[in-house]
Design a protein around this ligand. Structure first.
Ligand code: GUN
Ligand code: ZN
Length: 444
């Protein structure tokens, strides 16, 4: 995966989080070296991180990429994104269900073709690194071949991807439906082949309660019980109309979360996108089970789904674990910077004002913890994979003018979250390998 040629020193203004700045305070949580360095070993992992002036002797002869004043951070982690929606951003549905039926399901039917899926997987992973994203929890389509294509491409690139074949056996076009038996069998075969191979993990993936029968939810729960090391990935409580449909389909359930709960689908490795309309009872069950809710702000505003109330979900008496994701293609940007900017605006509309450190922590160490990957990624501690994003705080004329007024690192980060996107990504390293180089791309 990685060879000796990837050992190097990456220089720049290095920033990482050792703790949650909202809990420990920024002084304890943030590590920032204005003239810093990250030494990458031949194995693609971080060997050392600190001020460049203190770079140990043994790393001094390594090739060095000097990014000057640009920021070097842990690569962004996207906690919820859809591979087969990689090119269908900006499809104007009147709401989630209209958007699924009119645009999303027809586009996903193309993934029956392994040729299409293989080409799309390359494009999808290109898009991630272009936007500084080095790890992601990814929905695939119903087709086992599409999930296989994504895993194979990610393995070749050394990319950290958690994904799985989507299970859906009702309320979708015939060509996008599996059945409880074939869905479980194909998931198990994929899991056997890909889970924990290279940097890949398997997620048992149920699209949402609307598109699975009780028999399929039961099969998914059995699979999760048999493979507790795998993730569970689904959607939960995104729109009011979806809630009404779930009430009709599962009249016995106390609420939407209860549907997943009854089939054994909650737990510390269970990750649910959205959680916009959760009741107090649901928050309590999600917290008790240590399940994760992923805020997808650009999708929620684009589809008019509602305003995610992070303050309420995180209430100290029963804090629900919260991650953040782009949700491309319901989301409108691959950029975790743009996503942080939208999360800030949604927070402001719900009475909260996150700090820049809160936002950047969430997209790096926070998401790594929510996905149970914090031993591997999310910080720049020695031993973690050298997944890095290099951000130019003066990448555009607007950013450059704003940067001239910057009062310090937190202010610089804030401007990047509000004004930044892929134009601010100068370089992306995956396991120490330069996977995106903006200068080289623009000179092509
Ligand atoms: N709920 C079920 N499927 C989807 C999807 O593809 N995108 C979003 N945003 N919500 C969903
Ligand atoms: Zn989604």
């Amino acid at each position: 995966m990685n060879d000796h040629g990837n050992a190097r020193v990456v220089r720049g203004a290095v920033l990482t989080y050792r703790d949650d700045p909202a809990v420990a305070g920024p002084r304890r949580a943030v590590r920032f070296h204005r003239r810093g360095a990250v030494a990458v070993g031949a194995d693609g992992r971080i060997a050392w991180r600190g001020p460049h002036g203190r770079l140990p002797e043994r790393f001094r002869d390594l090739p060095s990429d000097d990014h000057g004043d640009a920021l070097v951070l842990p690569g962004f982690i996207d906690a919820h994104i859809h591979f087969p929606q990689y090119r269908m951003l900006a499809a104007p549905g009147s709401d989630l269900l209209d958007w699924l039926n009119r645009f999303t399901f027809p586009e996903e039917t193309r993934y029956a073709s392994a040729t299409h899926a293989r080409a799309a997987a390359e494009r999808f992973l290109d898009r991630l690194v272009q936007h500084g994203t080095t790890a992601a929890l990814v929905f695939s389509s119903v087709h086992a071949g599409a999930a296989h294509a994504l895993f194979a491409a990610a393995e070749r690139r050394g990319h950290a991807i958690v994904s799985g074949k989507t299970m859906m056996d009702r309320n979708a076009p015939e060509s996008l439906r599996d059945d409880p038996v074939s869905g479980a069998r194909e998931s198990e075969a994929l899991l056997g082949r890909w889970h924990r191979r290279a940097r890949l993990r398997y997620a048992i993936t149920v699209r949402f309660a609307v598109t699975s029968t009780e028999a399929q939810l039961r099969a998914a729960g059995e699979l999760a019980a048999a493979h507790p090391d795998c993730h569970v990935h689904s959607h939960l409580s995104e729109t009011e109309d979806e809630l009404a449909l779930v009430r009709r389909l599962f009249p016995w359930a106390a609420d939407y979360t209860d549907v997943y709960d009854r089939f054994g689908l909650l737990g510390p490795r269970s990750v649910f996108a959205h959680g916009v309309h959760l009741s107090e009872r649901e928050c309590t069950r999600l917290q008790e089970s240590e399940s994760v809710v992923v805020h997808c702000p650009t999708a929620n505003t684009f589809l008019g789904s509602g305003l995610f109330d992070g303050g309420r979900l995180a209430r100290a008496e029963r804090p629900v674990r919260i991650g953040i994701g782009t949700d491309v293609g319901g989301g409108t940007s691959y950029s975790m910077l743009a996503t942080l900017g939208e999360a800030y605006k949604v927070a402001m509309l719900t009475g909260r004002m996150p700090t820049a450190h809160d936002l950047f922590h969430l997209a790096t160490r926070g998401n790594a913890m929510r996905l149970g990957l914090d031993d591997e990624i999310g910080t720049l501690e020695a031993g973690r994979w050298a997944d890095l994003v290099v951000l130019d705080p003066a990448a555009t004329p607007v950013l450059a003018d704003r940067h001239a007024l910057s009062e310090g690192i937190e202010d610089t980060l804030f401007a990047l979250a509000i004004l930044g996107d892929d134009r601010a990504v100068r370089a992306t390293y995956v396991a120490g390998r330069l996977a995106w180089d903006a200068a080289a791309a623009s000179s092509r």
